[in-house]
Design a protein around this ligand. Structure first.
Ligand SMILES: [Zn+2]
Length: 213
């Protein structure tokens, strides 16, 4: 697949210490994608990195819900909230982007999940808040203003933030591709469910090595 620098953007999702082995919410094999993503990034004139960036006591932390444990799902009026270990707390090393993807490679760093009451898996829209709405992050309009039409999504984790970012990219009208070998999942055994969601939304799966400048 030939890249079109005028129309393509790379979206690097949550390449942060807490999502890598040794981190608070480690994604198995997450460290394996850092170097290949760093090698791919220079092929894109627009590279957006998301950064999960939570205040202490964030709604997604099991510790904020007495009696509940990480990796449980909590029923809330606006929908289920998965509960996680405390992770990507603002100002901690765990929240920092991995240095293996150099800062100079990034056009934009988009912080998400910054409000205590609302989680945000997607780079484009927050999860449903107490009012049931999913507010935009503004990213779709920013990309459109730069002439981007196609978004390649990579990073962590395939079954949460990559998944929702790719689905929302497609919903926003972009051609959406997941660079599949440059993602890793929290629950790899649920791959079929995630792939079905991608297929329904018209999200393509591509391999990093297929992408030519
Ligand atoms: Zn988070």
């Amino acid at each position: 697949m030939r890249l079109d620098p005028a129309r393509d953007a790379l979206l690097v999702v949550d390449l942060q210490h807490d999502f890598l082995p040794g981190g608070a919410l480690a994604v198995p094999g997450g460290d394996e994608v850092v170097a290949p993503i760093a090698r791919l990034a220079p092929a894109f004139p627009t590279v957006v990195a998301t950064q999960d960036f939570h205040p202490p006591g964030h709604v997604s932390f099991a510790s904020a819900h007495p009696g509940h444990r990480p990796y449980e799902s909590l029923a809330r009026p606006q929908g289920a909230q998965e509960l996680w270990p405390d992770h990507c707390v603002q100002g901690t090393r765990g929240a920092a982007l991995h240095e293996g993807l150099p800062d100079r490679a990034l056009t934009l760093v988009l912080r998400k999940g910054t409000r205590r009451e609302v989680d945000s898996y997607s780079a484009f829209r927050e999860n449903a808040g107490p009012d049931g709405r999913r507010p935009t992050t503004g990213l779709a309009a920013w990309l459109e203003a730069r002439g981007v039409r196609r978004v390649f999504v990579c990073g962590l984790a395939r079954d949460f933030c990559v998944r929702w970012s790719a689905l929302d990219a497609a919903e926003a009208g972009f051609e959406a591709c997941v660079v599949d070998d440059l993602t890793r999942a929290v629950f790899p055994e649920r791959r079929a469910e995630v792939d079905a969601a991608f297929a329904r939304a018209g999200v393509r799966l591509v391999a990093g090595r297929e992408l030519e400048r």
